[in-house]
Write a protein that binds this ligand. Structure first.
Ligand code: AMP
Length: 563
């Protein structure tokens, strides 16, 4: 880590970025650089090679992509920068990021991956682009067809290098790098550094600057810590349910960007909460007003970015909720330190997307405690919880005896009805009146479980419990095909486990387990990823077979259910 002054955190304006990029970051609502960005951007802008140890979610994409767009600057002819990524999803995501960061500089970008018709990529390449983001297999295909010329490349990034090696791309990477000029600048990012990665770096990087955002060991305050692993598309619904279940008296909910703060504030208001947004875009008067409403309890939820919450003077909140998992463990510890103060009880809730699971591991190391992913409350759980609260309130009224004005109504019904029935009808009315204010999404939220590999052991089901893996193995074309999600109409309630699905798919369809990606088991259904090339065959084979002694429906999952 660079020797930064830790008292005043650096700003994007301190890193040497040009105004066009600062404007793009402003538009995206990024308020300050993450630790990996602070450490990696200056040396990359100077033209140095960099080795970065950073997992997804730390902001590593911007750490290499901002210097990349600034250095190539939309000038020159031919492909000027090359980014290699392990999967189609990551390649597309990185290409989108490069586009957003570099559009004001006129930087053009094209993602290239297996599974997409090669013609579209060929015409894109013929038109000319500055940046190519690709999976190694398909990049090599293009090099062999002579449709990709890397002789003008002066900036190369190997993203998620450990994943690429795990997928058997080592030789392809070597072959691709051999096509680029010797004098190029190279950055390598990886979450882990096994010897094979170190050797790769030694072969291809020159005197690299090392960026490792190693967290100091910190004390954990006495706070109950809970995490929920939720796909992105379910986050809002999950948060709604968690708020119902936890019923915080006051809470700060942290988001990564200003834009997210505004969106979440609006969504929570629609759901009947009283949220206030706090971010760097507010002036002092607006800020004071927001804080006033939060302190006096007119607002019960404060939705904030880290920057806005810094130096915030709030006595105590019952809950700190990380709507986005923080990008470093220090930020996590800082955030959750706002609850559990002065010996009072506090709860920290963190929502983690499946692919951010590694960040949670980093946090666990720093807080020296396991944070087991909890199950998202189901609609039935919430009903039960609401009934419990209602019963407690009824109990209070009965004990206090304050119901004089209502006895008459009961008496007039008592001649015709059983008193127990009259009471039950009254409870029903009260329960329904409450429900009416809380819109409910009956969707079953899939529960994600780390694979055995992620928990530290070998995993019999092959690929990890992640959602964006390309199939491995094989050579050349065909290895980088995309994945497809299938919906299986059987879930946890019927005792279904990931191994059952893997067994059924490999056994019935006869495809290798490495062609199976992530598996999510919900109460009533499951989602399983298989290589697109096998998808129809798997659907056909399983439609006539049975799982755990039953026939089950299986089809392609609908768009939008995916994270
Ligand atoms: P990455 O680790 O590159 O996958 O980034 C994780 C997420 O953080 C992405 O959604 C980025 O848009 C977002 N992000 C990256 N840098 C920042 C920043 N400085 N402030 C807020 N959000 C950021």
């Amino acid at each position: 880590m660079s020797e930064e002054d830790t008292t005043t955190p650096p700003l994007f304006t301190d890193l040497g970025l040009v105004p066009e990029i600062l404007a793009a970051l402003e538009e995206l609502g990024y308020e300050e650089p993450t630790p990996v960005q602070v450490a990696a951007i200056p040396p990359l802008l100077e033209g140095r090679d960099v080795i970065g140890s950073a997992a997804t979610g730390t902001g590593k994409t911007a750490a290499f992509a901002l210097p990349l767009v600034q250095r190539i600057d939309g000038k020159g002819r031919g492909v000027r920068a090359l980014i290699m990524a392990p999967t189609r999803e990551l390649a597309v995501q990185v290409a989108e990021a490069v586009h957003k960061y570099g559009k004001r500089l006129g930087v053009t970008v094209l993602p290239i991956y297996g599974g997409q018709p090669i013609e579209r990529q060929l015409s894109g390449l013929r038109r000319g682009v500055h940046v190519v983001v690709g999976t190694p297999g398909r990049l090599l295909d293009h090099i062999r067809r002579r449709s990709l010329d890397l002789s003008a490349v002066d900036y190369v990034v190997l993203d998620e290098a450990d994943e690429m090696l795990d997928m058997g791309f080592l030789e392809d990477i070597d072959a691709i790098l051999a096509e680029t000029p010797e004098g190029r600048q190279t950055a390598l990012f990886s979450a882990t550094f096994p010897p094979r990665i170190r050797e790769l770096a030694e072969r291809h990087l020159r005197d690299p600057y090392r960026v490792s955002v190693r967290p100091p060991v910190l004390e954990t305050p006495l706070v109950r810590q809970v995490a929920y692993v939720v796909p992105r598309s379910y986050k809002l619904e999950a948060l709604g349910r968690i708020l119902d279940l936890e019923a915080p008296t006051s809470a700060i909910i942290f988001c990564r960007t200003r834009t997210e703060v505004d969106e979440l504030t609006e969504s929570l208001a629609v759901r009947g909460h009283r949220p206030e947004a706090l971010h760097g875009g507010l002036n002092q008067t607006q800020r004071d007003r927001v804080m006033g409403r939060f302190r006096e309890g007119t607002a019960d939820l404060l939705i904030a970015t880290d920057v806005a919450a810094r130096g915030l003077d709030v006595e105590h909140v019952s809950h700190v909720i990380n709507y986005d998992i923080p990008q470093s463990p220090e930020v996590y510890v800082h955030r959750i330190g706002r609850t559990g103060r002065a010996g009072r009880e506090g709860t920290a809730v963190t929502l983690v997307q499946p692919r951010e699971h590694r960040l949670l591991k980093g946090i666990e190391r720093v807080v020296r405690q396991r944070i087991e992913p909890a199950r998202i409350p189901t609609v039935a759980d919430l009903r039960a919880r609401r009934m419990e609260l209602l019963r407690a309130e009824l109990h209070e009224i009965l004990v206090s005896g304050e119901m004089d004005g209502y006895r008459g109504a009961v008496e007039s019904l008592a001649d015709d009805f059983d008193l127990l029935d009259v009471a039950a009808a009254a409870v029903k009315l009260a329960a329904e009146a409450r429900r009416a204010t809380e819109p409910e999404d009956e969707r079953d939220i899939p529960h994600w479980e780390p694979s055995r590999e992620e928990r530290g052991g070998p995993d019999p089901r092959g690929p990890r419990g992640r959602m964006d893996r390309e199939p491995r193995g094989g050579g050349g074309a065909g290895r980088s095909g995309p994945m497809t999600r299938l919906y299986v109409a059987m879930g946890r309630r019927r005792g279904l486990r990931p191994g059952d699905l893997v067994g059924a798919i490999t056994g019935e369809a006869g495809i290798p387990s490495r062609a199976i990606g992530s598996i999510e088991i919900a109460d009533q259904f499951s989602l399983v990823e298989v290589a697109e090339e096998h998808a129809d065959h798997v659907v056909r084979s399983l439609s006539s077979a049975s799982i755990k002694g039953r026939k089950v429906g299986i089809r392609r999952a609908r768009e939008g259910v995916e994270s």
